[in-house]
Design a protein around this ligand. Sequence first.
Ligand code: FES
Ligand SMILES: [Fe+2]
Length: 306
Amino acid sequence: MRYGGWYKIAFERELERELTTIRVGKKRILCVRSESGIAVYDAVCPHRGADLSVNGKLVGNAVICGYHGYRIGLGERGSHPFCVRKYPSLTVGGLVFALLGTNDVGALPRFLEELVRSHEIIPGWQKSIRVAPELVIENAFDAAHFKPIHDVKQVFAKPPVVEDGVFTVDATLRVGPSAWQGGSSDDDNTYIDVPLLARAFSPNLTITAIGAGGDKPHYVIAGAVPQPDGTSLVRLSIAMPRPPDGSPPDRQVAELLLQFESMGLEQDRPVWENLTTDITPNYLPEDATVLAYREFCRRFEIGAAN
Ligand code: FES
Ligand SMILES: [Fe+2]
């Protein structure tokens, strides 16, 4: 785990058992499901390193470790000789977020609270990809790749800003109807402009508002979690605006958007999975936003050994 900050650590549906370990790079993170919801801790027993979800048993606010049977306190030490660290977490719309490392809580809890007032979250899909998470997240800010990889005609992007600790880029993508609506027009004069506002809350999490005209935008919530083998697990969700009459959002549209995002990731995959990352790059002026994003990432750095 090279970076701290907020991770979209799991879909709630993955955490059916009381104790589930999620790998975040070399780290093991314990998700505990109880009547009071989901809470997140270190998963490694301080006695001699067992994974607390393996053969462990949840008893009140402790886990009986499955290796030697000691009682390991969750969070506070209390009367237990051993305890594991608790991490701030959020469970929203079927998504579980955890704040790892030492960064501030920042704007994410407020942002999600606001979002679910007007939108419904559809948890979506997960995919494994052989690239570091920060490259997946960086993609939203790499305007120069949109044309060759995603068939975007033009990108108009404002310079990035960091607002409330969130790296934010306001842009408009000019796309052909074929790319956006599943049509088949190759006519270069036919296009639509799609405004988007991309926000990185950490090097592992972006939430992008995508919307046209006076409609409420939909949101793409993309998380990338490093795996022990250097690959990433990408979890992608959509937040759909609720219609004014209170009816649920159109599920079919949501599914199409999820498919569209999946297609986008498959377009990136061959480049990412064959990328040489240890060359000295020759950046060009249009890489300025990517460089600003990398600078933003530095404040989350905790070192690859974690
Ligand atoms: S490793 Fe957990 S009790 Fe020994
Ligand atoms: Fe991309």
